[in-house]
Design a protein around this ligand. Structure first.
Ligand code: SAT
Ligand code: MN
Length: 644
């Protein structure tokens, strides 16, 4: 069990400021009149105390308050360029930022939860005792901002007033981080005090770049103090490491939902998007996928894009599941983004549409134009990327596989700004879970009960991607949220069963698995190619949209409901493709042995966890029995024609 405000508050104990008056006095000494006046807006004593204590820790030359006015936004961008953290490119509004070669993804091995004596954390995460982390912060982070400006930003994780939004403070000496945050998060500056009152809490994030260098990378740390909702990070710039409103605070939001808002709220690693169905009806989806597994692409397929990374969900008074995106921009992977699969993004990236974009770790040619791996364009003759000078004959990749673009959602053509900004949230009726699975699960299948749906989320398996430094192999990726679940997985799983089985939900959502990564090789074809292409996503989502409204039936199978061939044909026709029966069979035949092996792997892994909710094993046992019966009757690869 997590206890808040428990154990020594590291920031408070280092800063030693305990009253708003003392905080104010300290801040006055570091802040010019203009910034001091801005600070008048913030009266929450705990917030002022946190900021002052951070100033004692980091010892900056001065403090700049980001009130997110147009001038402040422009100032942050200008300073990022002046400081050399970004450089301007050919297209107006475009800049590029390079992270160190060692800092190209989330540094999982240098990321720790700060724990008290008696606290359990997820077995998948690293933890550090509070005393040790305290010593590290005091010794290594003290004085890191000497001679520099400490910036303080006030952003909200969600639309102001939304039931699941939580305000957050970002303290950093990186103007790239401020510039990124201004694109990715809505300001809460003027409403900060009211939002803290409403949400009952706020998150605090403290970051300093220190002297950035490859030599200093071993000193980089990312600490999450769960008990005090405070993060500390240093010697890093890859946005996933310092910009802790994103995954750092997502972890706190998961804790809030798992321990303090049980049955009422969930905090998920999910896109949110809407699809227009027959008669113009809108059906909204929220879907989980590990980083680098097509989450952004799936979100972009919608007619009403809302978000590509995170979803805060709750059950409203009418029993509808609602969700907000805590962000207002995307921090998207650029590899393989191209005109065919991602026209909305390409319009922005290629400068066809005015947009403020920060590229990171891509190749920029001498003209100032962007290039990246998988852009389907010829090589430029010369340019530079995060590794230095680039020419085609150097044999280096153009861009890191986790190189990114940061872009405001308002620049994206299918973004539904009115819906996304509204505090009432998006009514979600379809929930999807996906991973990178070459050989086992079919492209789409639907759970028949909430328990089966939770089991789909619990059973995501995926090939590692470049978003985590050093990750390799095929791994279990429960809910695609495991890297961000601070407590024991069983606590989180319990919260999932409680939420989706809640009697407060008027109409249970469709819960489905998605898999875009089956290969020919694994399904009786030849060659390593994928069994399908990016644009097929629209057909899978389209089928789920119809299913949610009872317009298609599918076939019942031991793993859940799968589409019928004739139900998919018109959906493929709508994206200009034929959908031969032969391809359908390759995609949807049940590879029973593979599925059984997968279930056994899950049961072995979950079998090691204490206090596992029994519903999970009940689902697995039933699926195994049904699959074994199917195998006895039809063999180990069961064509769909045998299921009908
Ligand atoms: O590295 S981050 O988690 O910030 C980016 C992402 O994959 O969503
Ligand atoms: Mn993510």
């Amino acid at each position: 069990m997590l206890r808040l405000n428990h154990g020594n508050d590291i920031l408070a104990s280092i800063g030693a400021i305990t009253t708003a008056a003392d905080a104010r006095a300290l801040l006055e000494g570091l802040t010019d009149e203009d910034n001091l006046r801005k600070l008048d807006t913030i009266t929450t004593a705990e917030a002022l105390i946190k900021i002052a204590n951070a100033a004692v820790l980091f010892q900056p030359r001065d403090i700049w308050i980001n009130d997110s006015s147009a001038e402040a936004m422009a100032f942050a961008r200008k300073r990022a360029v002046e400081e050399g953290e970004e450089f301007t490119m050919k297209n107006p509004g475009h800049t590029c930022h390079f992270d160190l070669p060692e800092d190209q993804g989330r540094m999982v091995n240098q990321t720790f939860y700060i724990v008290n004596d008696d606290e359990e954390t997820s077995v998948l995460a690293k933890k550090m005792h509070r005393d040790e982390a305290h010593a590290y912060v005091r010794e290594v982070m003290s004085g890191l901002m000497k001679g520099r400006t400490m910036t303080v930003s006030f952003w909200n994780r969600g639309p102001t007033g939304a039931a699941a939004a939580v305000p957050a403070i970002m303290i950093t000496d990186s103007f790239y981080v401020v510039h990124s945050g201004n694109i990715l998060y809505p300001t809460v500056f003027a409403a900060f005090d009211a939002e803290v009152q409403r949400a009952g809490t706020f998150f605090t994030n403290c970051h300093s770049m220190g002297e950035l260098s490859s030599e200093n990378i071993p000193k980089a740390r990312i600490f999450m103090d769960r008990s005090w909702f405070t993060t500390f990070s240093c010697y890093c710039t890859y946005a996933g490491n310092p910009l802790l409103l994103k995954k750092g605070n997502h972890r706190f939001a998961v804790d809030l939902c798992t321990y303090f808002r049980k049955e009422d709220q969930l905090s998920e690693h999910m896109f949110i998007t809407g699809l227009t169905g027959p008669g113009g009806r809108k059906t909204f989806f929220a879907g989980a996928a590990p980083s680098g597994c097509g989450k952004t692409t799936t979100a972009m397929v919608g007619t009403d894009f809302i978000g590509d990374d995170l979803a805060q969900m709750w059950i409203d008074g009418q029993g509808t599941i609602r969700a907000v995106n805590p962000e207002i921009g995307i921090f998207g992977i650029i590899e393989d983004v191209n005109w065919e699969g991602d026209p909305y993004l390409m319009e922005c990236i290629e400068g066809k549409k005015p947009a403020e974009i920060i590229f990171s770790n891509i190749l920029v040619d001498d003209e100032g134009l962007p290039h990246w791996t998988g852009d389907r364009q010829p090589d430029p003759a010369h340019g530079r990327n995060y590794l230095g000078e680039w020419t085609p004959d150097l044999g280096r990749h153009r861009s890191h596989p986790n190189s990114r673009f940061t872009l405001p959602c308002t620049s994206i053509d299918n973004f539904n700004a009115d819906r996304a900004r509204s505090a009432e949230g998006i009514p979600v009726s379809v929930i999807t879970y996906s991973g990178r699975d070459a050989d086992t699960m079919v492209p789409v299948w639907v759970a028949r009960t909430p328990d089966e749906g939770v089991a789909i989320g619990a059973s995501i398996v995926s090939k590692a991607t470049a978003t985590e430094v050093g990750a390799t192999g095929v791994n279990r990726q429960p809910w695609a949220n495991a890297p961000f679940i601070p407590g024991p997985l069983t606590d989180y799983m319990q919260a999932q069963f409680l939420f989706f089985n809640s009697s407060k939900i008027a109409q249970k959502p469709v819960m489905a698995g998605l898999n875009y990564f089956l290969t020919h090789e694994a399904r009786g074809g030849s060659g390593k190619g994928l069994l399908g292409e990016k644009k097929d996503v629209k057909a899978w989502l389209g089928w789920l949209e119809l299913y949610a409204h009872g317009d298609v039936k599918g076939y019942d199978t031991p793993i859940g409901v799968i589409p019928r061939h004739e139900e998919l044909v018109p959906l493929f026709a709508a994206i200009g493709k034929e959908y031969p029966r032969e391809l359908y069979e390759m995609q949807f035949a049940l590879y029973v042995d593979n599925i059984l092996r997968r279930i056994d792997l899950q049961m072995a892994a979950y079998g090691k966890e204490a206090n596992l909710p029994p519903q999970l094993f009940a689902v697995y046992e039933r699926q195994k029995a049904d699959l074994n019966a199917l195998k006895a009757a039809h063999g180990s690869v069961v064509p769909v024609s045998d299921l009908a």
